[in-house]
Design a protein around this ligand. Structure first.
Ligand code: GCB
Length: 613
């Protein structure tokens, strides 16, 4: 497959009053690259990185003129215009002709194009990132709503005879014997030659030929004594598939031999119990926004590994595939999710379809990455509501249908009232003891309470943390909020407690790096969620230096198992009523106005801060 990269110097134009569609800005005749209203933008990049548009939520048009590079098109039956990420609604025209639209900000999508006639083609892309009730995420979320085309744009030349959807699955009969299952679909007709290479040894291990096939196909291999992929040994093999007749390389991918499974309360990686110790990360680094350079992503992963982490949760949406590739190479377990977050419109079938499509596209993208071990279909949703529980169960089933080799779950914030966890492979909890609620001393007992209805599953503490403004220090005894000492205390105590709970299968600090959020506006936050263990500029807070010392340490705990079960039985019904009627209703109906108000109050100050960075 030939790939032409369409990144580079594009022009763009804000459409604050939404007049572009009626005025037909997509028409080549109306496009003048010298138009003084056009701005320069280096795609990929969010329009929020442009001066004056730092917190803009609205419409931006993007224009790019290009000519197709490959002139010999006799073998080409189709072109594919591919966007690896564009937030949120993207409408596309080629030479004035409408190609279609896509909804959703974090997964790749494409449009098919039959042919290119003109020497020069005008690509017009209208991207709009307004928060709406039926979108995913919907109105209220705790991160900056970066809009625009922020990942690569590519033109793919598709041959008449081609291979698609190559899936490499690995199963372990034992740690010494693996079955590799390779499947694919052939469009048209092809004869294949394939090889599997050991990259480190630069040696071909297996090879074979398959003559004249079309439609679905595949083959299995038995591999004795493979090097198993794990965070400690990120060993990669390489699959190459050639067209047997022309000897052209038509598919290549690295893969790892690894198996992730749940058995009772534990998670097993390659048949050995694994305990996940990690942090979450938002895809944001200033001044790049979401379009983070490869080396910076590498730095993030390497620095996490140096602290002793073996896992990373890509909050709250899929990050660029580069990050996943780095995780494959460096050895980091990745927990992926889609932004079904807080209050979405769970009653709507359209919302479900958008979510299902996001999951399918994400699975398609990352199915062959050994680092990815889990799919999570939602975060902190009002799960005790019947329509939400139904939505999440349906979505988990959908995911299992598309990939039966990874853990499937959602991330819950409910201590007492979540019975849907029984349908997930792993039970999860986000709760900020010692920060939003209560004290870190409550963690152990509360874990015993909440696991009562799901005692036979692995539990992962998916979020805990505390805010700290970099370099704001105070006396240890004061435990002042937003001081680095307070953050250190909360995280240190929590980690040592988690390590001592025998049924816990892992924990994730919220969060690795501070990130932008309008919801965070007090004097310490000033537009940032400050729970990072490094600041937004990667400056290391006190807790960063402490982690390597405590990552494997445990506290002595009282045995509160029976008390936990008793409390759950007594508190379930009152907690359900309280949550159903008051707390979740607040999330669903209460939030939009607050956000809008906060945005207005702080607009000028935030803009100035952005510009000073
Ligand atoms: C959560 C959310 C996360 C927030 C975090 C916080 O539970 O999952 O998106 O940013 O809490 O900082 O409160």
């Amino acid at each position: 497959m030939i790939k032409q990269i369409l990144n580079g110097k594009w022009k763009c134009k804000p459409d604050v009053d939404n007049v572009g569609l009626t005025a037909e800005w997509f028409r080549p005749k109306l496009y003048d690259e010298n138009d003084s209203e056009l701005l320069n933008i280096e795609i990929p990049n969010s329009f929020n990185t442009l001066k004056g548009y730092e917190i803009y939520e609205g419409i931006f048009w993007h224009f790019f003129e290009f000519a197709i590079e490959e002139k010999n098109l006799s073998e080409i039956s189709l072109f594919r215009l591919k966007f690896n990420g564009s937030n949120y609604n993207t409408m596309v025209w080629l030479n004035g002709k409408y190609l279609g639209e896509h909804n959703g900000g974090f997964t790749p999508f494409h449009f098919n194009v039959k042919k290119f006639n003109a020497e020069k083609t005008l690509l017009a892309v209208r991207v709009e990132n307004i928060r709406k009730k039926n979108r995913i995420p919907a109105i209220s979320f705790d991160w900056l709503n970066w809009g625009g085309i922020y990942r690569d744009v590519e033109l793919l030349y598709m041959r008449k005879n081609r291979i698609k959807d190559v899936v490499i699955k690995t199963e372990l009969e034992s740690r010494k014997k693996s079955i590799i299952k390779i499947s694919y679909e052939i469009i048209g007709e092809l004869s294949l030659r394939w090889e599997i290479e050991d990259i480190a040894l630069n040696k071909i291990l297996f090879q074979g030929k398959i003559s004249k096939i079309s439609g679905l196909g595949g083959f299995n291999l038995t591999f004795h004594n493979p090097e198993l992929w794990s965070p400690n040994n990120p060993y990669l093999y390489y699959l190459k598939i050639f067209n047997q007749e022309s000897d052209e390389l038509i598919y290549e991918s690295s893969f790892g031999i690894r198996e992730i499974k749940v058995d009772g309360k534990y998670i097993f990686l390659n048949k050995k119990r694994v305990f996940l110790k990690g942090a979450s990360l938002h895809e944001e680094l200033m001044p790049f926004g979401r379009t983070i350079p490869y080396e910076e992503r590498e730095n993030d992963i390497k620095s996490m590994k140096s602290l002793g982490f073996n896992a990373l949760r890509t909050a709250h949406y899929s990050h660029d595939e580069d990050l996943i590739e780095i995780a494959d190479k460096e050895g980091m377990l990745i927990l992926e999710e889609i932004p079904v977050y807080w209050a979405c419109n769970f009653k709507s079938n359209d919302t479900f379809h958008t979510a299902a499509k996001m999951m399918r596209n994400l699975i398609k993208r990352d199915i062959n990455h050994p680092s990815v071990i889990w799919w999570s279909v939602g975060n902190e949703i009002p799960i005790e509501r019947p329509e939400v529980s139904k939505f999440i169960k349906r979505l988990m089933d959908w995911v299992r249908m598309h990939d039966d080799t990874r853990l499937v779950t959602y991330v819950s914030m409910k201590l007492f009232t979540d019975l849907t966890r029984r349908y997930a492979d792993v039970a999860t909890i986000n709760f900020y003891f010692g920060w939003y609620v209560g004290s870190t001393r409550m963690i152990s007992l509360m874990l015993d309470v909440m696991r009562t209805p799901t005692f036979n599953k692995p539990w992962i503490y998916t979020e805990f943390g505390a805010g700290a403004k970099y370099k704001f220090y105070d006396e240890w005894e004061n435990q002042t909020k937003f001081s680095e000492e307070k953050q250190l205390h909360v995280l240190d105590y929590s980690i040592r407690t988690f390590n001592a709970k025998e049924y816990l299968a892992g924990w994730f600090i919220w969060i690795y790096r501070d990130f932008r959020s309008f919801l965070r506006q007090n004097e310490y936050q000033q537009g940032f969620n400050r729970k990072g263990i490094v600041s937004e500029k990667n400056e290391k807070k006190l807790i960063y230096h402490r982690i390597p010392k405590i990552i494997n340490k445990r506290r002595k705990l009282l045995n509160t198992k029976l008390l936990g079960i008793f409390l759950w039985i007594v508190l379930y019904i009152p907690a359900y009523i309280l949550t159903y009627l008051i707390l979740d209703a607040g999330i669903i109906f209460g939030d939009t106005k607050t956000i809008e108000k906060k945005k207005l109050i702080d607009k000028e100050r935030i803009l100035n801060e952005y510009r000073n960075q």
